[in-house]
Design a protein around this ligand. Structure first.
Ligand SMILES: Cc1cc2nc3c(=O)[nH]c(=O)nc-3n(C[C@H](O)[C@H](O)[C@H](O)COP(=O)(O)OP(=O)(O)OC[C@H]3O[C@@H](n4cnc5c(N)ncnc54)[C@H](O)[C@@H]3O)c2cc1C
Length: 311
């Protein structure tokens, strides 16, 4: 029994959720290999070789794999699949794009968003926006999994690197081609990797207020900025700020929810945060039900006061 973790990377380095996915894979009990499907991806492979618990890195290097096109990466995984009992992806946008294709091509079920490994074939996963946890059992010979990063600690770094083996790259599927990538540049940490998140909801009133009130606090704390869906839908901030069931799933050390009521769909994305602070003028707001610390009052007074207190 061996597990293949399909790494998310940009050819130069590994994305953080891959480290958590390796932890999930090690809990399955067998050997863990990592696939780097990319182009000129040696640096990413070298980093993967240092993830604790990984016994081998497979490097499929070809121009057709440069940009992580789902069709080509899926074809690569399918080529390698016969050697593996489990194939794991991070439950990120990239992993979710490839995993179902692999499961469909192998004609097996997919186990999405698992948060624990109970045994090699039994896992748990949240359902109903995290209000219930299902225990599921895999019956297919090959198990395709997406692992939720917040369910597993990141694997540590190993002192000695695992071997890197070159594998044949699958032929270009010709079904899609890379056009361009527009990357939002920000000095802030990436939302899903941030240790501290300051998140704003409809209560902040406008995009202008959002940045005027929340940015100074985020700057003081070195935090990422997040938002509720209501704040995104109202156009205060771009869509990639959204935390929740249909946004990003986060579990930082500290999550500060400002002017957010705490609808279940929002909680589904942040309730695993270590410490939750809520600032809301309504003492009955459901967010206080999950908050470790609550400040009841007007955010336009409390947030600047907090920034002053932080020095
Ligand atoms: C299928 C589905 C998926 C969804 N997915 C998501 C998701 O991924 N993420 C998400 O966030 N939502 C999601 N939603 C929407 C969710 O149900 C809520 O509508 C949304 O989270 C509400 O956002 P909010 O808390 O910012 O707004 P509101 O519920 O309107 O809350 C605003 C809060 O601000 C407070 N407030 C107002 N003014 C002040 C002030 N001056 N000072 C202090 N507090 C103030 C109010 O007391 C209130 O509690 C989803 C809904 C559905 C149906």
């Amino acid at each position: 029994m061996a597990a293949l973790v399909v790494a998310e990377h940009d050819n130069a380095s590994i994305k953080p959720a891959t480290w958590n996915t390796v932890t999930a894979a090690t809990q399955l009990g067998g050997e863990v290999h990592v696939l780097i499907a990319g182009s000129a991806a040696g640096p990413a492979a070298a980093e993967a070789a240092l993830i604790q618990g990984v016994s081998k890195v497979l490097l499929a290097d070809a121009p057709s794999l440069a940009d992580g096109l789902a069709e080509n990466v899926a074809a690569e995984v399918v080529l390698l699949a016969p050697a593996y009992s489990h194939i794991l992806f991070p439950a990120t946008a990239a992993g979710r794009n490839v995993a179902p294709r692999v499961a469909a091509l192998l004609d097996v079920a997919q186990f999405s968003d698992i948060i624990s490994v109970e045994s090699p074939r039994v896992y748990t996963r949240p359902i109903y926006a995290g209000n219930a946890i299902a225990t599921v059992e895999a019956l297919d010979a090959t198990v395709v999994i997406t692992a939720r990063a917040t369910g597993f600690d990141a694997a540590g770094q190993s002192a000695s690197p695992a071997p890197i083996e070159s594998v044949t790259a699958a032929a270009d599927s010709g079904r899609s081609s890379f056009v361009k990538r527009e990357i939002a540049k920000s000095d802030r940490p990436e939302l899903t990797a941030a240790k501290i998140i300051v998140s704003g909801g409809r209560g902040v009133g406008s995009g202008e207020n959002y940045f005027k009130v929340l940015e100074p606090l985020a700057d003081k704390l070195g935090a990422a900025l997040g938002a509720s869906r209501a704040a995104v839908d109202a156009g205060f901030v771009p869509n990639d700020f959204q935390v929740g069931q249909t946004g990003k799933i986060v579990a930082p050390e500290l999550y500060i929810a400002v002017g957010i009521s705490g609808a279940i769909q929002h909680l589904a994305g942040m309730k695993d945060s270590k410490v939750i602070v809520a600032i809301n003028k309504d003492p009955e707001a459901p967010i206080f039900g999950v908050a470790d610390y609550g400040l009841v009052g007007d955010l336009f007074e409390l947030v600047p006061e907090l920034v002053t207190q932080l020095g």
